[in-house]
Design a protein around this ligand. Sequence first.
Ligand SMILES: Nc1nc2c(ncn2[C@@H]2O[C@H](COP(=O)(O)OP(=O)(O)O)[C@@H](O)[C@H]2O)c(=O)[nH]1
Ligand SMILES: [Mg+2]
Length: 222
Amino acid sequence: MADITPTGTVAPARGPCGLRAGGRSGVPWALMPRHRDVGRTAWQLRRGNRHRGVVLINLVTSRRTGLTTLLERTLERIGGRYLVRTIANLPDCQAVRRALEQLDLKPGTVVLLETALESPEALDADVGETLKIVVCDAREDPALPLRQPGRFADAEMLLITKADLAAPDAIGLCQLEENARRACPGLTSLRVSALTGQGMTDWVHWLDTARIVGLEAADAVA
Ligand SMILES: Nc1nc2c(ncn2[C@@H]2O[C@H](COP(=O)(O)OP(=O)(O)O)[C@@H](O)[C@H]2O)c(=O)[nH]1
Ligand SMILES: [Mg+2]
């Protein structure tokens, strides 16, 4: 996983299943300081969740990307193998912390936070998540990452929903992915359709692995 440099800092490295080093992951290599990880509260929340063995995933989404449907299909596929809780639209770390306190969070729980707020600032905010996923649907303007790079910065994944609606040549999707990687080099992307099931196995596998990596990080800091 991470490499310890001669200066003792943890160097970025590519993690399992494409988890990008230097994102907000609760993994050892994420202990390195990051340019946007300046908020003490965000850092404390991330560290607290890591100690408790809770993996908080922020799904930053535009409106009507089909996220509710996708999460329903996702939970069916996880099928009770581990606990998943969902929360939505919490603008800052304090609100997220309060929401987490209301939940019965056992070690190993994944909390999916849906962030579909209107303002670009809210979509850019570091809310103390373990990792961030940007959700766009297949008809999204490919220039979105150029207009709003902050939304993509520090993300682990670009999740493209409604892939069944993409044009057969999928040029728009390729442009979206390329532009997203300009905003966030090394970003993983997945194309899924809750309707047809396309990409769902890969998506759930990625989620399973991200959870395990997050929990291993919890062991590492325990
Ligand atoms: N073509 C297509 N439509 C979908 C898919 N998933 C959801 N939808 C449709 O998108 C609309 C919004 O779905 P919903 O899950 O409520 O989206 P949300 O508002 O982002 O939570 C509904 O009409 C769904 O039937 C998909 O994979 N493909
Ligand atoms: Mg919804």
